[in-house]
Design a protein around this ligand. Sequence first.
Ligand code: CMC
Length: 427
Amino acid sequence: MSKTAILEIDGNKYEFPVIVGSENEVAIDIEKLRAATGAITLDPGYKNSGSCKSDITFLDGEQGILRYRGYAIEDLAEKANFLEVSYLVIFGELPTAAQLEKFENDIRKYTLVNEEMKNIIDGFPKTAHPMGVLSSLTSALTAFNPKVVNVENEEEMYTAVCKTMGKFLVLATWTFRKTSGFPLNYYDNTKGYVENFLRLMFELPTGPYNVNPVIVDALDKLFILHADHEQNCSTSTVRMVGSSHAGLFASISAGVSALWGPLHGGANQAVLEMLEEIQKDGGDAEKYLAKAKDKNDPFRLMGFGHRVYKNFDPRAKIIKKAADEVLATLGVNDPILNIAKQLEESALQDEYFKSRNLYPNVDFYSGIIYRALGIPTDMFTVLFAIGRLPGWIAQWKEMRVNKEPIGRPRQVYTGYALRSFKPMNER
Ligand code: CMC
């Protein structure tokens, strides 16, 4: 029997359907709320509002569960590679060997970026943050690929996916080559996607670049862990922008901007900067813990807390283990790590953090591991974006294929009632 929810306003009762998801999550369907009652709901930060139904990612923040298309993140991180997971997230099923090979080859067809893009890159100062440059370059792709994708046509959509996966990776690394002053590199179609990331970043025309397979494996895993996270800030942004029928590149460009913020993906850079600051200030982790708890101090412990995880972030568990392994294999001995460990241990025992369910999140460890892998700090969030790209594409595609309406929230107006206009000499 289907459930309903009853709402009473001014003595009048209204009944609304209750929707139950495939993992038994319960939602009150208020689509007809305003038409029936004249009222709207108010939910700043959308803490209680579902914006869509989605088949892509399941997340249980209380139990620390994350699954893409029904597969546990732990299994995917252990047993699959990033392109395999991208295919799964975007198209809904794990690829066969032939499908995966085709996907990889089809992405390779689109790894050349129009040479005129270099003029745009030249226009940025060297000091520009890579995320700002990446957002602009992704948006600029529209100018070079103006054809609007017909989302109903599977072949066109597939090509758009491959194009986005190919070009975005190259542009992401070009943002670093620009800041470092090195010549821009080209994708090597004889090599894998993640290996190409490293070559695009670090290979110089002056000599061979030996790719370390330990680093390729670690990055592959990190990209998988970031591939999707249901309706987070950047993904909701991609869906929102796309809901106006803006193109895929324009929508993803907006997602990059949303991800950049330090409360979202930008936290991985902020964590490292915080650890460096603590180190410069004498390495006293307790002092910063106290600052984070002080309500008169705006300082927050970066890399702690999560909107939906009120238990350990399952991605953080996997990264923490990977970080320990990679650091041991590479023989990295970094004093910053000791500060991170101290902070983590103290926070996990602290009443303030315990009572608020504030655990280390994915960004706490990813920054540490990126640093050990030799990735420059201001590229950390760009790596998050490369990992999140399949999720953004999948969510954009789902939203368009499901013919979702334009995203247009309402508001409760709290400004002045009608006022009469005052001429300039009376103000
Ligand atoms: N340090 C100190 N106090 C915190 C922190 C923190 N990092 N995070 C939350 N709190 C406190 C907050 O002050 C509040 O306390 P009180 O109830 O006394 O007012 C309580 O915990 C609840 O916080 P909130 O801001 O209402 O929680 P939220 O769900 O709106 O925010 C968050 C989630 C991730 C924005 C927040 O935890 C935060 O700012 N964390 C630091 C930034 C960070 O690491 N972001 C990366 C998130 S994971 C990657 C991703 O998916 O984007």
